[in-house]
Design a protein around this ligand. Structure first.
Ligand SMILES: [Cu+2]
Length: 560
C-alpha cells in the first residue's frame, strides 16, 4: 500500500501548486482528487510551527451534470441564440464570491488555528471557479500550533459531501510531535488516510462468511440503514491511501513491517459519512495501541493532565477526526489485521459494519516507511496559558441537533437538518445570511452543551479551535485532552432526556477572531443545513455578550 507523497517545507516555507480535478467513472459516478503539477495525488503537506504555507490553488472541475439531449428539444421551442455564443466571463472576486455550485471549490485546513479570513482559512465567502486565475492560500503556521495530524478538504456548502466522498482530501502534518512526546522520537512513521466512496458492488449479497442479517433497508440519503448487527452491506466502501477495500469481501490493503517493529501511525478519517472504530488484531486478538495524539494535539500538551501515551485496544474515529498512535508490528509469521469494528449510528443512521482495512505482514525485508521522527528532540516550550480544563467558563450555551421530515407521515421522505441555538427557531444554514448565530468574545472560555434530538449519531465540529469533552451522554468524563470533532449520541425515542455532550470551548487564541462555522461533520448533514455561524469579536471591543446568548444585530463594525 503506497503512502501519500510528503511535501516538506524548506527554509521555513512550503510552496505547493495544487489543482482539484473531477472525472466521471465507468459506473457513472464522479470522483474528485487533488494533483500537483507532476501528477502526485493528494500529497501530505509537512510544515513546522512558524512556517509559511504558500499554496497556489487551481480549480479544474468540469460540470458533469445532466446535459440537455436532442430528445428534450422535440416538444419545446428552441430560442434562437442572438449575439456571440462565447463571451468572456467576468471573473468574480474569489474572496467575496460565496458561489456554491457543483464546480466551485475552496480549501479548509481542518484543525489549524489560523485566522478565518480570505487567503487563509475562510470557507464562508471564499469560492474559486474553474475559469479563475490560480488562487493563493498564504499563511503562517502559528508558532504555538500543536504538532500533529491535520488535513485539507473542500468546504463548499451543499457540495462538500460529493467532493470529499469522491476523494478530495489530504493530510497536513505539523512537525514536532517527538518534541511533545519523547517516547515517539526516532520511530518510523506512517500516514494512513481513510476515505469513503460509493459502493463498487452495491448489488452483491453479503459475504457467505457473515451471519445472515435482516433485509437491508435504505435510509433517507439512499444509504444502507443501520441494522444493528455489525454485518450486512455498508453505507459506503472504504479505501486506505486510495486502495479500495470494497464490500462484500473487503480484500484488505497490505502493510508490510519488520517483525515486532514499533512505528507511529498517523491515521485520518476523511470519510464523508463513515464512522470508524479501529483495532489492530494479531491472529484475531486485539493489540495495544498507544494513543499519543488526537485531532492534531498531543494528549499530554499545554498542561493537560493526560499521560504521554494512553494504551487502548480500540478507538472510535468520527468523520474528520484523527488519531496518532504507537503500534508494535506482529512477530514474523503471525498475521496482523487493521480493522474497523461496527459503530452504532442509531435507528436513523447509516450501516457501518465490521470490516477489515489492511493486513499487516511482518517480514524482515520490509521496506521502511518514507518518514522517521527525529531522534534527540528539544522539548517544546511550556504553555503560555493555563490548561483550559482549569479555566472557569464565563457562560454556558446550549445548542441542539435536530431533523425534520418533509412529510412527517412518510419516513422515507427528505429531511431537513438543523443545528440550533436553544431558544432560536430551527432553520437550515443560510449561506447568504450575515447575522451570526452566536457571538463570542476572544479571550473567553465557554461551556457548550450540544444536545441530539434526532435518532442518529451526529459529529460536532468547529473550525479554528479545539475543545475539551467534559460530559458525554450525562456521564462526567473530563477527558484530559482536546478534540476538534466529537460524537453526539443519538436519541432512541424512549429516553427521558435528549443525550448531549458538554464541551469546554477555548476562544483564547487571537487567531479565532472573525466569523466561521460549526457543523456536523457527516457531510450530507452539513450540506443539508446542519451548520451555524459564529463571530468571535476582538477582546478589546466594548460590545458585551455576557448576558446574552442571542446574536447581536447591527453591531457597528464588521469583524475581519
Ligand atoms: Cu450529522
Amino acid at each position: 500500500m503506497p503512502e501519500p507523497r510528503d511535501l516538506r517545507s524548506r527554509g521555513g516555507v512550503l510552496q505547493v501548486d495544487l489543482t482539484i480535478h473531477d472525472q466521471r467513472q465507468p459506473d457513472g459516478s464522479i470522483r474528485y482528487c487533488y494533483l500537483t503539477p507532476d501528477g502526485t495525488p493528494s500529497p501530505t503537506l509537512r510544515l513546522s510551527p512558524g512556517d509559511l504555507l504558500i499554496l497556489r490553488f487551481r480549480n479544474n472541475l468540469i460540470d458533469f451534470g445532466p446535459s440537455i439531449s436532442s430528445a428534450d428539444h422535440t416538444h419545446s421551442q428552441v430560442t434562437p441564440i442572438s449575439g456571440p455564443i462565447c463571451q468572456s466571463k467576468k471573473n468574480s472576486d474569489p474572496c467575496a464570491s460565496g458561489a456554491m455550485t457543483a464546480t466551485s471549490a475552496n480549501l479548509h485546513f481542518h484543525g489549524l488555528t489560523v485566522p478565518p479570513v480570505c487567503h487563509q482559512d475562510d470557507v464562508l465567502k471564499t469560492s474559486i471557479q474553474p475559469d479563475d486565475a490560480p488562487f493563493e492560500y498564504h499563511f503562517r503556521i502559528p508558532a504555538d500550533q500543536p504538532p500533529g495530524l491535520y488535513w485539507y478538504h473542500p468546504h463548499i456548502h451543499g457540495y462538500s459531501k460529493v467532493q470529499v466522498l469522491g476523494g478530495a482530501s489530504g493530510a497536513l502534518i505539523i512537525e514536532g510531535l517527538e518534541r511533545a512526546v519523547s517516547v515517539v522520537a526516532g520511530l518510523p512513521e506512517r500516514v494512513l488516510v481513510i476515505r469513503d466512496q460509493d459502493l463498487l458492488n452495491p448489488d452483491a449479497p453479503p459475504s457467505k462468511s457473515e451471519p445472515v442479517v435482516p433485509k437491508m433497508l435504505i435510509d433517507r440519503d439512499g444509504d444502507s440503514a443501520n441494522n444493528g448487527t455489525g454485518f450486512g452491506r455498508p453505507a459506503k466502501d472504504l479505501s486506505v491511501n486510495f486502495v479500495p477495500v470494497p464490500y462484500p469481501d473487503y480484500p484488505p490493503a497490505t502493510i508490510t513491517m519488520k517483525p515486532r517493529e514499533r512505528q507511529l501511525w498517523r491515521l485520518l478519517n476523511t470519510s464523508a459519512v463513515t464512522y470508524l472504530n479501529l483495532a489492530v488484531l494479531f491472529g484475531g486478538t486485539a493489540q495495544r495501541l498507544g494513543i499519543v495524539g488526537i485531532d492534531g494535539v498531543p494528549i499530554q500538551f499545554n498542561g493537560s493532565p493526560a499521560p504521554p501515551v494512553e494504551w487502548v485496544n480500540h478507538i472510535g474515529i468520527p468523520p474528520g477526526a484523527r488519531v496518532e498512535f504507537i503500534v508494535d508490528g506482529p512477530p514474523e509469521g503471525v498475521p496482523g489485521l487493521l480493522v474497523t469494528r461496527t459503530v452504532d449510528t442509531g435507528p436513523g443512521g447509516e450501516n457501518d459494519p465490521n470490516r477489515s482495512l489492511a493486513s499487516i505482514v511482518a517480514t524482515s525485508d520490509a521496506s521502511e516507511p518514507q518518514a522517521r521522527l527525529p531522534a534527540n528532540p528539544d522539548p517544546l516550550p511550556r504553555a503560555a496559558l493555563p490548561w483550559v480544563g482549569n479555566v472557569a467558563p464565563v457562560r454556558v450555551r446550549k445548542l441542539y441537533f435536530s431533523e425534520r421530515l418533509d412529510d412527517p407521515n412518510v419516513p422515507s421522505s427528505a429531511s431537513a437538518f438543523y443545528i440550533t441555538v436553544d431558544g432560536q427557531t430551527p432553520a437550515p444554514f443560510d449561506p447568504q445570511a450575515s447575522v451570526p448565530d452566536i457571538v463570542v468574545k476572544q479571550g473567553d472560555v465557554e461551556d457548550w452543551i450540544i444536545e441530539n434530538r434526532s435518532m442518529e449519531l451526529h459529529d460536532f465540529h468547529i473550525h479554528q479551535l479545539h475543545f475539551q469533552l467534559l460530559d458525554w451522554s450525562g456521564i462526567r468524563v473530563n477527558e484530559p485532552f482536546l478534540r476538534d470533532t466529537v460524537n453526539v449520541p443519538y436519541y432512541n425515542g424512549r429516553m427521558l432526556r435528549y443525550p448531549s455532550v458538554r464541551l469546554r470551548m477555548d476562544f483564547r487564541d487571537p487567531n479565532t477572531v472573525g466569523t466561521f462555522v460549526y457543523h456536523c461533520h457527516v457531510l450530507e448533514h452539513e450540506d443539508g443545513g446542519m451548520m451555524g455561524r459564529i463571530r468571535v469579536e476582538p477582546a478589546e471591543t466594548a460590545v458585551s455578550t455576557k448576558s446574552s446568548t442571542q446574536p447581536i444585530k447591527g453591531a457597528s463594525y464588521e469583524a475581519q
